[in-house]
Design a protein around this ligand. Structure first.
Ligand code: ZN
Length: 179
């Protein structure tokens, strides 16, 4: 076993475990499925990224409890243990793009036709150069889109989904409904 931390070091170690049992593999930290730098144990581990790049690490504790950590493809940083992958991805963005939690949240583009206008509007509302630096795009979650998705922001960063705030029904409307 190695004590080296960081997504690159852990994934390198993981890909040396080709003959290991399924149990050992599941209990070893490796980059989460579909997240930046992901490979199976037979793959080639990623090279260090030129800038801080968010990803996740995952392993199974005991029989069934999955654990996640935010991690970075450029350095050895790792976040705290999290029971949910999306929370680990958010931790990773606190490391790679501090301040992302205050960025405006948008609805998804209205369709192919309005995409260009939408993108222009979104880019104007975000700090200059943010997407080119691999920054995330915040979107409202939809029933079919709520898992944070790598590569879905305009510059290749993550789309990070947020729940839409519940609209409280104004009292006068409630009364009207009752009548
Ligand atoms: Zn980093």
């Amino acid at each position: 076993m190695t004590n080296t931390t960081g997504a690159i070091a852990r994934q390198r170690h993981y890909t040396t475990l080709r003959g290991a049992s399924r149990e050992v593999l599941r209990q070893t930290w490796s980059i989460g499925w579909d997240d930046p730098g992901y490979t199976t144990q037979f793959g080639t581990p990623p090279n260090p990224a030129p800038r801080h790049t968010a990803t996740s690490l995952t392993k199974v504790l005991g029989d069934a409890q999955w654990l996640y950590r935010g991690a970075c493809l450029a350095c050895a940083w790792e976040g705290p243990d999290q029971p949910k992958r999306d929370h680990a991805i958010e931790d990773a963005h606190d490391h790679t793009h501090p301040g992302w939690r205050t960025l405006p949240i948008f609805d998804r583009p209205p369709g192919a036709k309005g995409h260009k206008t939408w993108l222009l509007h979104v880019t104007e509302r975000y700090p200059a150069g943010r997407f080119d630096a691999g920054g995330p795009l915040r979107l409202y979650a939809e029933p079919y889109a709520r898992r944070h998705k790598a590569g879905a922001a305009p510059g290749g960063g993550f789309a990070l989904y947020a729940e839409r705030p519940h609209k409280a029904t104004p009292p006068e409307t409630r009364q009207l409904t009752l009548e």
